[in-house]
Design a binder for this molecule. Structure first.
Ligand SMILES: C=C(O[C@@H]1C=C(C(=O)O)C=C[C@H]1O)C(=O)O
Length: 169
């Protein structure tokens, strides 16, 4: 029998995976909003602003700042991958603008901003659990169940990478 993390750690890993999935779920809404407005998928100043906030809150929560930055950078990459794939698809379909598009600033970004502190708290758990035997194995197994595999599972792989890099197998 391979070693398994304690139940409490399993719950914390599940929680992290649910939050990652929730964040990825927002990407298609971002894509819709940008499809209508013509805004670029890449918003580097917005990413920089989130990362500044992340660095500050990570410090206060005892999360390694480089780990937190790397983690969020990968979440951005995964989200942008989804946006690019959808825009590519819609371009090929000749899709017209969406009828009732969400507003990026007032409807969509606040949803992502609410997830940020929850993800940082969860990162504090992950930092501790990284040393627990079987944590990486459990995370890998549960990710298949809890995180969407849209677009061939590529965004999922990207989003999980910083966690798996740290975890005991
Ligand atoms: C989600 C957006 O698109 C991209 C992805 C971001 C993210 O995942 O937080 C942030 C900025 C953009 O580069 C956005 O513009 O808000």
């Amino acid at each position: 029998q391979p070693p398994e993390p304690p139940d409490e750690d399993k719950l914390a890993i599940d929680r992290m995976l649910q939050l990652i999935d929730e964040r990825l779920e927002v990407a298609p809404i971002v894509a819709q909003s940008k499809w209508n407005s013509g805004a670029a998928i890449e918003a580097p100043e917005r990413e920089a602003q989130i990362l500044d906030q992340v660095a500050k809150e990570a410090g206060e929560t005892g999360v390694d700042e480089a780990f937190a930055r790397e983690f969020f950078d990968r979440q951005f990459s995964a989200g942008k991958q989804i946006q690019r794939r959808l825009h590519h698809q819609w371009l090929q379909e000749g899709r017209p603008p969406f009828a009732d598009p969400p507003d990026l600033a007032t409807d969509v970004r606040p949803v992502l901003d609410r997830l940020t502190p929850q993800l940082i708290d969860s990162l504090a758990d992950m930092q501790r659990i990284a040393q627990v035997e079987g944590a990486g194995r459990y995370l890998r197994e549960r990710a298949i169940v809890l995180v969407q595999d849209d677009f061939d599972g590529e965004p999922r792989t990207v989003a999980l990478q910083p966690l798996l890099d740290r975890m005991e197998p």
